[in-house]
Design a protein around this ligand. Structure first.
Ligand code: BTN
Length: 253
């Protein structure tokens, strides 16, 4: 069950999460958020569930979460911004999540474009989907999955090597509603800030592979190079054979 009072007590935003829709069970909060957009959901609407059954991840992956122990939620935005800003939104969401974790004394890091890591294991991910029309991003859903109170046994054997939760890392239990409100508070601050250069620097400071050799997959291409940071629109800059290449999408493997 979702403790609405606790959530509202902690929420300090002007618009993000002021409207919240809680469902005990949903296929995907991103899918539900898109349904709500087609019914004119207000900006900042948050969809959250305790039990997401068909969670969607990036690159057509599944997102698996544990009922009642994970945060799975989506945020509705109407950015009205140029399409080349899409990457910035998911980077800001990653920053907001790490703001919250760092505030809880958890040393969380970021992997381009939007994985949240603790001690090199994945604790959270972001699926940012958008609809573009007339050269602007009309609507956007930022979906966030964050492992919170899972024990190691909650993960499948194959996931145990690569996934973790806040509880596994800190040996503490967390109230999901408080973590949710804190992420939303930080996200609104990040979205409102006009300091995009300093936000990109913040991201680079938390990046686990800045100035390191990486293997990068872009579509069917796999390349090796030096991750040299972010462009002004959040693209990955990778130096390959002395050429500086910028990527909008792909993943570090
Ligand atoms: C990834 O790392 O591949 C992104 C995972 C994003 C999962 C979240 S959980 C809430 C929201 N609803 C979904 O179906 N997916 C996102």
């Amino acid at each position: 069950m979702f403790n609405l009072n606790l959530y509202q007590e902690k929420l300090t935003t002007g618009f993000i999460g002021q409207s919240i829709q809680y469902y005990p069970k949903l296929d995907s909060t991103n899918t539900k958020a898109w349904n709500l957009i087609s019914e004119n959901a207000v900006i900042g609407t948050v969809v959250v569930t305790d039990n997401q059954t068909i969670g969607r991840g990036r690159q057509s992956n599944k997102w698996i979460s544990t009922q009642g122990k994970s945060l799975t939620f989506s945020i509705v935005l109407y950015p009205n911004a140029p399409p080349n800003r899409i990457n910035l939104y998911s980077l800001l969401a990653g920053l907001a999540i790490t703001d919250c974790l760092i505030e809880n004394n958890i040393n969380a890091q970021l992997k381009w474009p939007n994985d949240i890591l603790i001690n090199k294991k994945k604790v959270g991910g972001i699926l940012c989907e958008s609809k573009i029309s007339g050269r602007v991003i009309k609507s956007m859903v930022i979906g966030i999955g964050l492992n919170i109170n899972e024990d190691i046994e909650d993960f499948s054997i194959s996931l145990r090597k690569i996934a973790t939760s806040l509880m596994i890392e800190s040996k503490e239990q967390y109230q999901l509603e408080i973590i949710l409100a804190s992420i939303l508070n930080h996200l609104e601050n990040r979205l409102k800030s006009k300091e995009s250069k300093s936000q990109l620097l913040d991201w680079e400071k938390r990046c686990t592979h800045l100035n390191q050799q990486v293997t990068f997959r872009n579509g069917n291409n796999i390349v090796e190079g030096l991750f040299n940071g972010l462009s002004s629109t959040g693209q990955a800059i990778i130096i390959i054979n002395d050429d500086e290449l910028k990527f909008d999408s792909g993943e570090i493997i």
